[in-house]
Design a protein around this ligand. Structure first.
Ligand code: CP
Ligand code: NVA
Length: 323
């Protein structure tokens, strides 16, 4: 009975041939595939809410490698695997020989012989690329210094739930040109959201990523703006998004960043320029009264806790598809 339901969910779906595919960065998946992932996430979420089991991963194991801290990513992947019928292994660089100098390529080959997928959170994006290249199982990026694709999936699911559509939604991001906005801007451009990114001078999204965002936007018919002016980005926005000013691994720059980002706080004055029914979003964890005021993040327009919950549903769709 469970097996029949599993086949139903992935049959006649653009995702039916995606077993084994990695998610290193969001734009390795095209528009049609991303929309199918969001549709599957919606279906899996509604099954969970109505108490129906969906367990396509019985007997499957996910290795989860963390060299940075995590609350949401760790717990949502672990719980997600359990709910899908599989098992997960939580591994830090202290547990693995990786932390004592064993190579990524050897680690990839060894893990490929024991488990069915790897989720990794680490600093260098190239390490994640190498893991996928040398291994023979799907690798999911659970955040690197460059990208956070699983966050972008959950973000888009949340926007779709609240706004009913994605095409034409005006998304303003204020803050650091970091991993979170890199993935979110790429995904938004693929799916036709209008994206406006306001960063302080010196903290812009790289030219390489900005060029890709612009290229995808031309294909999807969306509008893109990269600016240093938060007001320009937020005026008329449907979604106002921010993230910490100092990401993991950049702590030594914290004092300078506090000064450089001081006029980039998302506060009541700024969000007054957005649409009345704007959504406030943040990937969390948040530093209240730094990048956002308490009034905004804990106010009526904030959807940050639903956004965090949607990590679970979006990642279950991804896990069920690739494993
Ligand atoms: N948003 C996010 O990735 O949270 P964690 O760092 O807690 O995993
Ligand atoms: N940009 C943040 C996101 C944390 C989920 C960081 O990399 O620390």
């Amino acid at each position: 009975m469970i097996l029949v339901k599993t086949l139903d969910l992935l049959a006649n779906n653009p995702l039916s041939q995606h077993k084994g595919k990695s998610m290193l960065q969001i734009d390795e998946w095209n528009r049609e595939e991303l929309l199918a992932l969001l549709a599957l996430a919606t279906e899996i979420k509604s099954m969970q809410k109505s108490g129906k089991p969906y367990q396509p991963l019985i007997g499957k194991t996910l290795a989860m490698i963390f060299t940075k801290s995590s609350t949401r990513t760790r717990v949502s992947f672990e719980v997600g695997m359990y709910q899908l019928g599989g098992k997960s292994l939580f591994l830090t660089d202290k547990d693995l020989q990786l932390g004592r100098g064993e190579t990524i390529s050897d680690t990839a080959k060894i893990l490929s012989s024991y488990v069915d997928g790897i989720m990794i959170r680490t600093h260098a994006h190239q390490d994640v690329v190498d893991l996928a290249e040398y291994g023979s199982i799907p690798v999911i990026n659970g955040l690197t210094d460059l990208y956070h694709p699983c966050q972008a999936l959950a973000d888009l699911l949340t926007i779709q739930e609240h706004k009913g559509i994605l095409q034409g939604i005006k998304l303003a991001y204020i803050g650091d040109g970091n991993n979170v906005i890199n993935s979110l801007a790429l995904a938004s451009a693929l799916l036709g959201l209008d994206i406006r990114v306001a960063t302080p001078p010196g903290y812009e999204v790289s030219k390489e990523i900005a060029d890709k965002v612009k290229e995808y936007a031309i294909e999807s018919g969306s509008q893109v703006l990269f600016t240093n002016d938060p007001a320009e980005a937020v005026t008329g926005a449907d979604v106002v998004y921010t993230d910490v000013w100092t990401s993991m691994g950049f702590e030594q720059e914290n004092a300078k960043r506090m000064k450089d980002f001081a006029s980039y706080q998302v506060n009541e004055k700024l969000v007054a320029m957005a649409k009345l029914d704007y959504l406030f979003m943040h990937c969390l964890p948040v530093h209240r009264e730094e990048e956002v005021t308490t009034g905004v993040i804990d106010g009526p327009n904030s959807v940050v806790f639903e956004q965090a919950e949607n990590r679970l549903h979006a990642q279950k769709a991804l896990l069920a598809t690739v494993m």
